[in-house]
Design a protein around this ligand. Structure first.
Ligand SMILES: *[C@@H]1O[C@H](CO)[C@@H](O)[C@H](O)[C@H]1NC(C)=O
Ligand SMILES: *[C@@H]1O[C@H](CO)[C@@H](O)[C@H](O)[C@H]1NC(C)=O
Length: 620
């Protein structure tokens, strides 16, 4: 998932005269409203049972908020809502491998590893509870709380479903009780990131509700969803990158304008959370909001510099994506692509546009972004792949930047999962090779942990790629503007470059999940046991170099292994929400969050997939 917190977009607020349209349209709307309640809080949940199947909760916590976001104005009125697709959800092809019964020695080893991950989680969670309860983050060295995402307890909400999955039931209900008292009615921050708030908080609440059925979690999701829905209160209903919290409450206040420059992930990866919210509440308006963005993407997909792909920067105000020339599966783009096949699954295969968006982009990702790195013969197992970034004037003038970001490591699981959903073995194979690439990158570093960003030599061809030390040297010299063989040796020593690598552009490891995410998904898809061994190597390396007295902190330099420096005083909520959850799941029995029943959002929050046995009657 992208972390675009550093990016400060140009948010243009301008006064907008409210315009009410009387006459035929209003009369029609009134008649329509009268006959069909679009306030679907009035629509009984049973009507949406096919999308629900949420077990009843056992507690009766009551939500407290200082402001009811359901009553907030929405100035750029929408005349009619795109409904959730109706009909019987399709039976999609199975995703998970049919695992055989494990032997008792396999079970012993797996259980030992599962318990070790659980203990690592417990250490961080206990410290969070003790030193940072209800704050966004724990600072893992100094033992304090820090607020980074609205100040509503990001780590608390993000960790709920992990607590549930790991069987920390007492801690789960303690946390839910605290969540009930979060006040989404106000924020300490004047603006919030719509994307981060959606994937971490809204995704976290919805998944915890799907798992536990605790109604207060749904009440909180509705309050937060209603707030975030105001990000769509723009002249063309495209969502803003950042939402100004207080101005969203003013019915006679200035309206919003959509951004003329918003990153792809910021506008394109709200679909799963808003769709799930629509499914469990029966309110079409949440689905309608994101369906409008999908329509725009569908119309514009073949207008970009590389038709099929979407560039990093989008002009949402003009609904134009023809300008930007940079394409990547990494930061600021990633989860938009990730959500195409996942939306197809979440909607039970009833909305074909997500298949089209996936297929047309996947073909171009394969063609223009994937590359085989040149690595020493000794390091070579099977063929591995990475995904870089491309600069393009048009599809005939594309130049590849042979980089790899840790964020991009989700791509192995992405191709694996989509390959199963759309029955494309080539894509499953790409998924395996890309996952192998990230495993290789972890094992190449002195700490056994992959850096945030590196560069490497790309092969000219995917079919044959012999090791060539001269070529490696030339590439390193070119990048560093150096000339001699001695310069090359100095650079390799100074930057601690493993063979084939030409730069380690960001040597940190930020406790990110994407590599283990792909290893976990490929394991569930193929059943191959080696993935568990790779996962264990990754886990022990990360644990060794990120542990603090209280929890885990970001690793400063993945090339410093002996001794490794103190980690940074920072632990983002995704360490507990995602990284440790995926490590835990790969060492759990494969029916724990079965991928044929659940689909993860980009923050590792599992949403229930619709059951094919019941007919969807949602009208919203
Ligand atoms: C994009 O596709 C649509 C329909 O598939 C077609 O009508 C349109 O001409 C295409 N545009 C470009 C620029 O290729
Ligand atoms: C190795 O790379 C160099 C520099 O690109 C090239 O001149 C040389 O022909 C290559 N050697 C082989 C065996 O391909």
């Amino acid at each position: 998932m992208p972390r675009n917190a550093k990016y400060q977009p140009i948010t243009r607020l301008h006064r907008r005269t409210l315009y009410y349209c009387f006459g035929a349209v209003a009369v029609f709307a009134l008649v329509y409203l009268y006959h069909r309640p679009i306030d679907a809080f009035a629509v009984p949940f049973e009507q949406h049972v096919a999308y629900m199947n949420v077990p009843p909760g056992t507690h009766n916590f009551v939500a407290k908020d200082s402001y009811d976001w359901r009553k907030a104005p929405f100035r750029n009125k929408i005349e009619s809502y795109t409904p959730l697709p109706t009909g019987r959800p399709h039976t999609l092809p199975p995703i998970q491998y049919k695992f055989a019964q494990e032997t008792s020695s396999q079970k012993r080893l797996r259980e030992k590893r599962r318990v070790a991950v659980r203990e690592e989680f417990e250490r961080s969670w206990d410290s969070y509870k003790k030193f940072a309860w209800t704050r966004d983050e724990l600072t893992p060295l100094s033992g304090k709380g820090d607020d980074t995402f609205g100040g509503w307890g990001a780590t608390l909400v993000d960790s709920l479903d992990t607590l549930w999955i790991m069987g920390f039931k007492k801690e789960f209900y303690e946390a839910v009780e605290a969540v009930a008292t979060i006040d989404f009615g106000k924020s300490d921050m004047s603006t919030i990131s719509v994307f981060e708030t959606t994937i971490r908080y809204l995704g976290g609440l919805l998944a915890a509700y799907d798992l536990s059925g605790e109604k207060v979690l749904l009440d909180k999701a509705i309050q937060l969803g209603e707030m975030l829905y105001r990000a769509f209160d723009t002249d063309n209903n495209m969502p803003q990158d950042r939402l100004a919290v207080e101005p969203s409450k003013l019915s006679d206040g200035p309206g919003f304008s959509s951004d003329n420059s918003i990153c792809l992930a910021g506008i394109g990866s709200l679909t799963m959370e808003f769709t799930r919210l629509a499914q469990v509440t029966g309110q079409a308006k949440y689905y309608d909001a994101v369906a409008r963005v999908t329509d725009f993407f569908d119309r514009a997909q073949n207008t970009t510099r590389i038709p099929g792909l979407f560039p990093i920067w989008v002009n949402a105000y003009k609904q134009d994506i023809t300008q930007d020339r940079t394409f990547t599966m990494g930061a600021m783009a990633d989860s938009t692509y990730e959500y195409f096949p996942k939306m197809f699954a979440l909607l039970g295969g009833l909305e074909p546009v997500y298949e089209k968006l996936y297929k047309d982009s996947a073909e171009m990702i394969d063609k223009h972004l994937l590359y085989r790195p040149m690595i020493p013969d000794t390091a070579r197992g099977q063929e591995i792949l990475f995904s870089g970034s491309a600069h393009a004037k048009d599809p005939d003038h594309v130049s590849l930047d042979a980089e790899m970001q840790h964020l991009t490591c989700f791509i192995g699981g992405f191709f694996g999962l989509a390959g199963r959903i759309f029955e494309n073995d080539h894509h499953v194979d790409l998924g395996a090779k890309l996952t192998e690439g990230c495993i290789f990158a972890y094992s190449s570093m002195p700490t056994g942990v992959m850096p945030e960003i590196f560069d490497i030599v790309a092969c000219d061809s995917r079919s044959s790629c012999p090791w060539n030390a001269t070529k490696w040297e030339e590439e390193v010299l070119r990048k560093t503007y150096a000339h001699s063989h001695d310069d090359f040796q100095d650079m390799v020593d100074e930057l601690k470059l493993p063979e084939g690598f030409t730069d380690l552009r960001d040597k940190r490891y930020l406790l990110r999940p994407e590599a283990i995410e792909s290893v976990f998904i490929m394991h569930r898809i193929t059943g191959q046991e080696e993935y568990m061994d790779h996962a264990w190597d990754m886990f022990t390396s990360i644990r060794k170099h990120s542990s603090t007295r209280l929890a885990n902190g970001q690793i400063i330099d993945i090339t410093e292994a002996d001794p490794s420096p103190l980690p940074e005083d920072k632990m983002e909520s995704f360490w507990l929400a995602e990284t440790l959850k995926y490590f835990y799941l790969i060492f759990s029995p494969p029916d724990m969050i079965d991928l044929d029943d659940w689909v993860f959002n980009t923050e590792a929050h599992p949403f229930r997939r619709p059951k094919w046995t019941q007919t969807v009657t949602a009208t919203g």
